[in-house]
Design a protein around this ligand. Structure first.
Ligand SMILES: O=C(O)CCC(=O)C(=O)O
Length: 481
């Protein structure tokens, strides 16, 4: 039986959309959209594409040929994903060229002359070639705490997990994908239940989407395994609701960027030889998706080893290590991340406050954004506080005052500040700030007056944010924060 398709994803000219409109219509509502007109000046669109619109494979061999990359075998499955091998870019390109002799193609079976179709995925191109500015992230997708944080910190520090290949694979979430016509990505929801955006530098993709409220339909009775390929002859006894699924479809053309919201399951097919760039990211609008996933994966990890609980010296530690290995971070990693991000947001809030003493504070979109961010972090910390494991086990410690002196934190703060200045410049507030970034929070002595100057658990973070907001209200008046 064929798939039921209910509709298409909306396409909007990105040049005619304001940041606020993007937030209100898509990011806040968690709705997909395709944006056009945002890639005009990308170097990738010139260097990586031939005059007749094909991937410029020679350019890749010449300039990036020695890079080692992960390549998926589109015909082979390994657990929930495609089998992967590591190749150099040159080797990958050679194989692509060999396979692209027309008579070799065998329909949509993901195999060419008995050999699997190869799809280069998750290439950390920006990390590897920081000097080569292939593109600029469109403003709509710049409020990206995940990649800003990873540019300065590691998400997870356990040397057992964070080594070798893993070190590279966790370094950031900015990727290049390259694959011939027929390559594809199986059904999945994104890592950390982040948002993603994906831009077609050349080629064409066909996307199938399922909203989070219907995602249970692609799972088995135990809600453990998900359909792998929606075009397979899906076993009805195993996936009894699969035939009820109604999909949203999107044909994404060259130079179009798709916004994939949190928790939407999707399967993707390259209809032509395609190169795309994609990022995963999260911010104050979708943090709760990340926490929901972590909690769910934690409960699963715990259930899986429940039978060794009584003979294990550090059962909770083992659960957290397994969670980090499977999901990419654990509770403590996430809490440290939240503590850094709250302090960075507060640094800027103090800075804006200092610079706007004589203005009507509530008019500042920047202050509204920072206050919103702090409030959404606080909501997650409150949820974390309700998690027994986190109240019983204090496994990390962050000193807010020391963090202000950390040069990596200084870099994180400057990039975050620049990002919000860029985002809000359309609605520029009249009073400009003159302060250095971190001085304002020091001068205001917010940390010194807080009962919890250290963060060791979610409750400390909740109190710290409460204190900061009450303190600023005390100085500048209730209506202003
Ligand atoms: O382009 C693809 O093959 C997959 C991309 C994807 O799944 C994503 O960006 O989330």
């Amino acid at each position: 039986m064929g798939l039921k398709i209910a509709g298409q994803i909306e396409k909007v000219n990105g040049k005619e959309l304001s940041y606020r409109e993007f937030v209100e219509r898509y990011m806040e509502k968690n709705q997909p959209v395709v944006l056009t007109g945002l890639m005009d000046d990308w170097r990738a669109c010139k260097d990586w594409v031939t005059l007749n619109g094909q991937p410029n494979l020679q350019f890749f061999t010449t300039h990036f040929g020695k890079s080692r990359v992960q390549v998926a075998d589109c015909g082979g499955r390994e657990f929930t994903d495609q089998k992967r091998v590591e190749l150099s870019v040159s080797e990958f390109v050679d194989q692509w060229r060999e396979d692209s002799v027309p008579e070799g193609r065998n329909g949509s079976t993901h195999v060419v002359r008995g050999k699997p179709l190869l799809y280069l995925k998750d290439w950390h191109f920006v990390k590897e070639y920081p000097e080569y500015i292939a593109y600029t992230t469109p403003l709509f997708f710049c409020d990206d705490w995940l990649n800003l944080y990873l540019d300065n910190y590691r998400m997870h520090k356990d040397p057992d997990i964070y080594s070798g290949n893993n070190e590279i694979s966790c370094s950031d979430y900015r990727f290049v994908y390259m694959g011939a016509k027929g390559t594809w990505t199986p059904l999945h929801a994104d890592v950390f239940r982040s948002y993603s955006w994906s831009a077609n530098v050349c080629g064409k993709k066909r996307w199938f989407f399922l909203s989070p409220s219907h995602s249970h339909l692609v799972f088995d009775r135990n809600k453990k395994s998900c359909v792998y390929n929606i075009f397979d002859d899906v076993d009805e006894t195993k996936f009894p609701s699969f035939n009820k699924v109604i999909w949203l479809e999107c044909i994404q053309e060259q130079n179009e960027i798709i916004f994939v919201p949190s928790g939407w399951y999707h399967q993707v097919h390259n209809l032509e030889d395609t190169i795309s760039i994609n990022h995963n990211w999260f911010n104050g609008y979708n943090l709760f998706w990340v926490w929901d996933l972590l909690l769910r994966d934690y409960n699963e990890a715990k259930e899986y080893i429940e039978d060794i609980k009584d003979i294990c010296d550090d059962f909770e530690g083992l659960c957290q290590r397994n969670l980090a290995a499977n999901t990419g971070m654990n509770f403590y990693d996430f809490l440290i991340f939240l503590a850094h991000m709250s302090l960075a947001n507060l640094v800027h809030l103090c800075k804006v406050f200092r610079g706007t003493e004589n203005c009507v504070w509530s008019l500042s979109p920047m202050a509204q954004q920072l206050t919103f961010n702090l409030t959404s972090i606080q909501k997650i910390a409150l949820k974390m506080k309700a998690t027994e494991e986190l109240t019983r086990n204090y496994r990390f410690h962050l000193d807010f005052r020391d963090t202000l002196d950390d040069p990596e934190f200084g870099k994180l703060c400057s990039v975050l500040g620049r990002t919000y200045e860029q985002i809000h410049k359309q609605q520029r507030f009249d009073c400009q700030t003159k302060e250095g970034s971190i001085n304002a929070i020091r001068d205001l002595n917010i940390i010194g007056t807080c009962t919890s100057q250290d963060c060791t658990n979610p409750e400390d973070l909740v109190k710290f944010i409460d204190h900061a907001i009450v303190y600023l209200r005390g100085i500048y008046g209730e209506e202003n924060v």
